[in-house]
Design a protein around this ligand. Structure first.
Ligand SMILES: C[S@@+](CC[C@H](N)C(=O)[O-])C[C@H]1O[C@@H](n2cnc3c(N)ncnc32)[C@H](O)[C@@H]1O
Length: 220
């Protein structure tokens, strides 16, 4: 399937440097994606540790950016597994498709341009799903979480992970201070929609906090 396939409406272009992390496009977007590929390995690991995908399972990443999470998930599900990555940004989708092109060619991965709220997959296709540093950008998170529930198997696991900082150890990374609030917002929506809450976990990085994750199971 083409990496640039579109599902969902076009959005108004976001302007300014900060937008390049929520809507990477053009040369600046490519630079932001390269930075994400370098800097977000710890959060991807935290998300996948919480997701705990098994060999042979199918996994979806929402907001896959440069594709490092998809690549890491492919290692966990092995050659019998399948990983799909979606991102609303065409630049990110191309970047990610390049990062995992061998697996795409072998039919073990697919990268698509799609919005979290309008996923181009059939019901109950995936065993597990995860999103890293992406939830805060979804324009309609309630609709997106319902859509993720639709494509997950009943009882399938979702992990939402955010970069985070504790109050006494602030970090310089943009958005980290809001990580806890975002996870709280995701948790409130998931509860309202009947997901089963499994865990909320913080992953430290020395004296700092690296990531916070919420783990939930789709309604049965
Ligand atoms: C900060 S990047 C994180 C990328 C990657 N998960 C990581 O941690 O390196 C956020 C990504 O979410 C994507 N995104 C934002 N809103 C989205 C939406 N509504 N649906 C799908 N992807 C979205 C952006 O295009 C961007 O690539």
């Amino acid at each position: 399937m083409p990496a640039s396939m579109t599902a969902g409406a076009e959005r108004d272009p976001c302007k300014g440097l900060g937008c390049m992390f929520g809507d990477p496009r053009g040369l600046l977007g490519a630079a932001a994606l390269a930075a994400m590929a370098l800097k977000n390995g710890g959060q991807n690991k935290a998300a996948l540790d919480a997701l705990d995908p098994k060999p042979g399972e199918s996994v979806l990443e929402i907001g896959c950016g440069p594709g490092m999470g998809v690549r890491a998930a492919l290692k966990r599900v092995g050659r019998a597994g399948f990983v799909a990555g979606v991102d609303q940004s065409a630049t990110a989708a191309h970047f990610a498709a390049h990062a995992v092109h061998d697996a795409v060619r072998q039919g073990r991965a697919v990268i698509m341009r799609a919005d979290a709220a309008d996923l181009p997959f059939r019901e109950h296709l995936f065993d597990r799903a995860f999103a890293v540093n992406s939830f805060q950008f979804w324009p309609d998170p309630a609709r997106a979480l319902r859509e993720i529930a639709r494509v997950l198997a009943p009882g399938g696991r979702l992990v939402v992970t955010q970069r985070a900082s504790s109050l006494d150890n602030p970090t310089t990374f943009a958005g980290a201070a809001a990580g806890m609030e975002r996870i709280a917002q995701a948790g409130a929506l998931l509860k309202t929609q009947g997901w089963r809450m499994i865990d909320e976990r913080c992953v430290p990085d020395g004296a700092r906090l690296l990531a916070v994750s919420i783990v939930a199971e789709a309604p049965r």
